[in-house]
Ligand binder design. Structure first.
Ligand SMILES: [Fe+2]
Ligand SMILES: [Fe+2]
Length: 304
């Protein structure tokens, strides 16, 4: 098969950055399995000696955000009310996101028997609220909303690929491989619906890129920071965004290898309608890899 925009070169993602055009593997991530359930996870293979305590903190936070999928479905149904084709697809999407939370939460409780998922999830949802009383997208247009969703799925697809490759514990590795494959399908789902909405609404390439970059910037807003706080802070600790956003970013940025970033950049560029695998990709990948290393090291020095 020819390398196209969906050739997300999952092969050798941990290697050095090379010209994106030379990467040709066209396949879903290793461990791809559609419609998996918790029973497909080899829980018996759990190896406590291989649990990385820093990855465990990230997994706990991720479990809470994923498990909030039905809330996102409510928001998206409010925004896309009359689009039955989309709102039907959203139910299946939300079920998968919630299952990601269940799998990660179950693993986190195996790795840390003191972790209570239900308590942490309540703390998260009590303190972090989505804007559910809206009928129009916070992005201005429905195409813009779908662009933002493409960015979120790009982020999760790259992140779980990076976690899969960073994990030494075999059960976590399997869970992250399954989730990464789901997130790539989610990206394709939102991308397909965005193309449909772009026929009705005008949103140019640069407008899409602007929304994409804004959504990337929001990754250091409250959602992930609050999830990290709810999952990891000791009882009685007071939430401070900068502290917990820093603690999360320090650990999360550290798991990425250049290949994961390059694949993510390709997905962002494709969603914006720009050349996904050309020189712009190489340039943005180098910029993003440099930023993530700098930020992670700086936060580590500051004791985040
Ligand atoms: Fe997910
Ligand atoms: Fe997803």
């Amino acid at each position: 098969m020819k390398a196209g925009p969906f050739s997300l070169y999952d092969k050798d993602v941990s290697g050095p950055v090379g010209p994106a055009t030379q990467r040709t593997a066209l396949r879903l991530p290793a461990g791809f399995m559609k419609n998996w359930t918790l029973d497909d996870i080899a829980w018996d293979a759990f190896d406590r000696s291989k649990v990385d305590p820093e990855l465990l903190k990230l997994v706990k936070a991720a479990a809470l955000v994923e498990h909030n999928g039905y809330e996102y479905a409510t928001y998206l149904k409010n925004v896309f009310g009359e689009d039955a084709e989309f709102t039907t697809a959203i139910d299946g999407w939300a079920r998968e996101e919630v299952q990601h939370g269940e799998a990660l939460g179950r693993w986190a409780m195996m790795a840390d028997p003191t972790f209570n998922f239900d308590t942490a999830f309540k703390k998260f949802t009590d303190g972090y609220k989505l804007p559910l009383d809206v009928t129009t997208s916070v992005r201005g247009t429905r195409a813009g909303e779908l662009m933002a969703r493409c960015i979120v799925e790009t982020g999760t697809s790259s992140y779980y690929s990076a976690l899969r490759d960073a994990a030494g514990e075999p059960v976590l590795k399997q869970i992250c491989a399954y989730i990464a494959a789901d997130e790539l399908r989610h990206y394709k789902l939102f991308y397909t619906h965005m193309r449909r909405w772009l026929e009705r609404e005008h949103l140019g390439k640069w407008g899409r890129l602007r929304i994409g970059l804004a959504r990337i910037q929001e990754s250091e807003d409250d959602e992930l920071a609050y999830a990290y706080f709810a999952a990891n802070a000791p009882a009685g600790a007071v939430y401070e965004r900068s502290v917990y956003a820093g603690a999360y970013a320090r650990r999360a940025y550290a798991v990425y290898r250049p290949g994961h970033v390059q694949r993510g950049v390709a997905m962002v560029l494709k969603a914006a309608g720009l050349d996904a695998t050309g020189r712009l990709n190489d340039w943005l990948t180098r910029l993003a890899v440099g930023f993530m290393r700098w930020r992670s090291q700086r936060l580590a020095r500051a004791g985040a």
